[in-house]
Design a protein around this ligand. Structure first.
Ligand SMILES: *Cc1c(COP(=O)(O)O)cnc(C)c1O
Length: 407
């Protein structure tokens, strides 16, 4: 059901092309939804919109029985939901670390009293599957967390294979997927692969503005929550508060705990409608993300840029992380693209922060080829690199000249 008057046209003002790994460009339909007068969160109209959002959220991660939670907050709130509702103080969690966001999840889990062990992939490499199997055989873990795409490195983890190992070796362990940078740009089969939690946010592959924490819990995870012994050490993220609300809206009935951000929910609804009901289909959407990603990575390689992920089989399809040539810093390249109207991101990982850049190609920028976003991004990247190289070379040769003259 669409709640928006169809006769209204809305065109976005001209703006710089947002090509970072979230937030991303949004469609006119999504932005038009944000610009509506707020409606009552208990009106029949809004209740229907919220119920549709719950249902379409299930479709995107391919679950029939998963329970979605849609709550005002950023993706980070998903970590708090997991750490406070599913893990009891003192229980052990295994965190798979493929970059910056593994550190964040670990920190959050510890905040609520979890005992955290960590397995790290070397930079640009996912965590070794044998190491995961070994760790699960050595100790009993309440949960294992996987960052599907670590946005700091562009490393894609093989969540299907990891979930398979967990189910074989330690079937009680909850499989928790941080899908903030993967939902709707990478295939996820929550039920078929045996994933217990997918947590994400509105502003990356899901193509809405930032502001929604979106989490889907398996019935196994819900049961784990319902049978926990220790009280939930949180107020706002407590599922005791939210579960009845989500169930009520799911049954087309309003309920209240904290006013939902009605305009953002409408925007999310508009984006989900495009993702799940219009062309391309969801499967097609994943395939297009792969094709676009391969194109961006091939062009980058022609420009002489190396990817941060060491093996292209483990590289994300919604973003690309690229090392810059010697003598050229991210702080030199990023502003050059911005001056040409394209916003990309610098590095996020401490050690190599200024040595690499990150480009987002998710959602409408990837799927709606007629926008020409990918060409705009790659052309501006090429021009900016040429400029930066020319300046670097001029700098080097003038340095040489000055050395010569000093002699
Ligand atoms: C962006 C991101 C987050 C954090 O989401 P926020 O909306 O910024 O709170 C967490 N995990 C991953 C993998 C991300 O890409």
């Amino acid at each position: 059901m669409s709640s928006l008057p169809k006769d209204q046209t809305y065109m976005q003002p001209t703006h710089k092309l947002l090509a970072i790994p979230g937030p991303i460009e949004v469609t006119d339909e999504v932005l038009r939804a944000v610009a509506q007068p707020p409606v009552s969160h208990v009106s029949p109209q809004f209740v229907g919109v919220f119920r549709d959002c719950l249902n379409m959220t299930r479709q995107v991660v391919d679950t029939r029985t998963g329970q979605p939670f849609i709550i005002a907050g950023s993706g980070t709130l998903g970590w708090d939901q997991v750490a406070s509702n599913l893990v009891e103080p003192g229980e052990s969690v295994l965190v798979l670390h493929t970059g910056y966001f593994g550190d964040g999840f670990k920190d959050c889990l510890r905040t609520y009293g979890a005992q955290v062990d960590e397995l790290r992939g070397e930079l640009g490499v996912p965590v070794n599957l044998h190491a995961i199997e070994k760790a699960l055989k050595t100790k009993k873990y309440k949960a294992i967390t996987v960052t599907h795409v670590d946005t700091s490195t562009g490393v894609l983890s093989n969540v299907k294979a990891i979930a398979h190992i967990v189910r074989q070796v330690s079937p009680e362990t909850l499989v928790v997927l941080d899908g903030v940078c993967s939902v709707a740009s990478e295939e996820i089969r929550m039920d078929a692969w045996g994933i217990d939690v997918v947590l994400t946010a509105s502003q990356k592959g899901l193509g809405a503005p930032p502001g929604l924490s979106i989490l889907i819990a398996s019935q196994r995870a819900i049961k784990t929550f319902e049978t926990r012994v220790a009280p939930v050490p949180s107020y706002y993220s407590n599922w005791k508060k939210w579960l009845p609300i989500m169930r009520a809206y799911g049954n087309n009935t309003p309920a209240y705990f904290g006013t939902p951000p009605v305009n953002l929910i409408q925007a999310y609804h508009a984006s989900l409608t495009q993702i799940t009901t219009s062309s391309p289909s969801l499967q097609e959407r994943f395939r297009i993300h792969q094709q676009v990603s391969q194109r961006v990575k091939a062009i980058a390689s022609q420009l002489g840029l190396k990817q941060v992920p060491k093996d292209s089989a483990n590289a994300a399809n919604g973003m690309t992380a690229l090392y810059l040539p010697d003598g050229i810093a991210a702080s030199d390249i990023v502003p050059r693209l911005a001056a040409k109207g394209v916003v990309i991101a610098g590095g996020l990982l401490g050690d190599i922060k200024n040595k690499y850049i990150r480009i987002g190609h998710m959602g409408t920028s990837a799927v709606n080829a007629e926008r020409g976003d990918i060409e705009t991004i790659t052309n501006c990247l090429q021009e900016s690199l040429e400029e930066a190289k020319a300046e670097r070379d001029a700098r080097l040769s003038s340095a040489k000249v000055s050395v010569v003259t000093e002699v």
